[in-house]
Design a protein around this ligand. Structure first.
Ligand code: CA
Ligand code: CA
Length: 323
């Protein structure tokens, strides 16, 4: 009987160890709601994006029309896109590919991304409305992406941070809107407004209706989404894995777009080098990697519900040709 109890105890503790190690193993492999990744995703594509050096002055207007000529001799890469299928909630799948070209002029790097999208979605004011958008992602620091390195091409990972440049169609619409922010009245021009219809309101509630902190918490908290006059169409962000996306204090990226015949052409540009330690840095003659995602607002794409590439794409920067 004594031996039977010992055996039972031994068996129970062995079972406990097995259970504990299975739990630890599961915790290391995936976060809750995130499915595992295949080895193929940790291998960069063979095709390399050559960032061509072009000698060209900055145009007066930074728009697609003025910038498109500098891409004419640049060789593009076609990036296959698919539904985001690992982190819940999954979504996307309506955009199957995009073409990316890149050039630099010795001081600024320009990425031109074009993709087919039958709908131009440039407003995200109503709750059922979502914007078209595209994001580029780069590893931070000098990184060699190899299968052994396990550098996630999805949102980076702990100790493997990424820098993201997120162009948003509605931010570009804001730039030309009155007050540099398309607000609720743009979507609902006949909406009822208590402040404007109450003749005593302005007098009795003057402190309230002039308080940014009370009426616009987002603006008071310096949330870029709520800011009028942000003066840019691209948000500069960092991430270290799913659910860690964070806007930067130092915004350095800008962009412009053109929509015609069911095709978006977006040009995103930034100085090759910045002073921000959270930014990717580009050196002529050097290498890096990029990955990307596209959102189609018409299909209700937003946040993690997007069309993604599941591999890193190598980048090489051509040296500056001194004359
Ligand atoms: Ca669209
Ligand atoms: Ca920055």
């Amino acid at each position: 009987m004594k031996n039977g109890i010992s055996l039972f105890k031994y068996g129970a503790s062995l079972l406990g160890i097995v259970f504990l190690s299975a739990t630890i193993y599961a915790a290391e492999e995936t976060a809750p709601g995130v499915k595992g990744m295949s080895e193929e995703e940790f291998t960069p594509t063979k095709e390399v994006l050559a960032v061509k050096y072009v000698q060209a002055d900055k145009p007066y207007h930074m728009d697609v029309e003025s910038l498109k000529d500098r891409f004419k001799d640049a060789k593009g890469v076609k990036v296959a896109l698919q539904k985001q299928d690992k982190a819940f909630p999954n979504g996307g799948g309506s955009v199957s590919s995009a073409e990316v070209k890149a050039v630099h002029d010795g001081t600024t790097i320009y990425f031109q991304i074009s993709w087919s999208d039958p709908t131009k979605n440039v407003r995200a004011i109503a709750v059922q409305e979502f914007r078209d958008a595209v994001a580029l992602m780069f590893p931070l620091g000098a990184v060699e992406v190899t299968p052994a390195e396990h550098f996630s091409p999805r949102m980076g990972d702990r100790e493997k941070p990424v820098n993201l440049w997120h162009w948003k169609a509605d931010w570009e619409a804001d730039l030309v809107a009155k007050g540099e922010l398309e607000d609720v009245e743009a979507q609902y021009p006949n909406m009822h407004d208590d402040f404007n219809t109450n003749p005593y309101s302005a007098y009795y509630h003057r402190e309230l209706i002039t308080s940014v902190a009370v009426l616009s918490g987002g603006r008071a908290a310096n949330n870029l989404l709520s800011q009028p006059g942000r003066g840019r169409t691209v948000e500069d962000l960092n991430a270290e894995g799913f659910g860690t996306l964070t806007t930067q204090d130092h915004q350095d990226v800008n962009g412009c777009s053109h929509y015609e015949d069911g095709t978006w052409t977006v040009i995103i540009y930034r100085s090759l080098i910045t002073e921000d330690p959270h930014d990717v840095q580009f050196v002529p003659g050097g290498n890096s990697y990029f990955n990307m995602a596209v959102w189609n607002g018409e299909e209700k794409d937003r946040n993690g519900q997007k069309n993604i590439s599941t591999q890193w794409h190598p980048i090489t920067l051509e040296r500056v040709a001194w004359q």
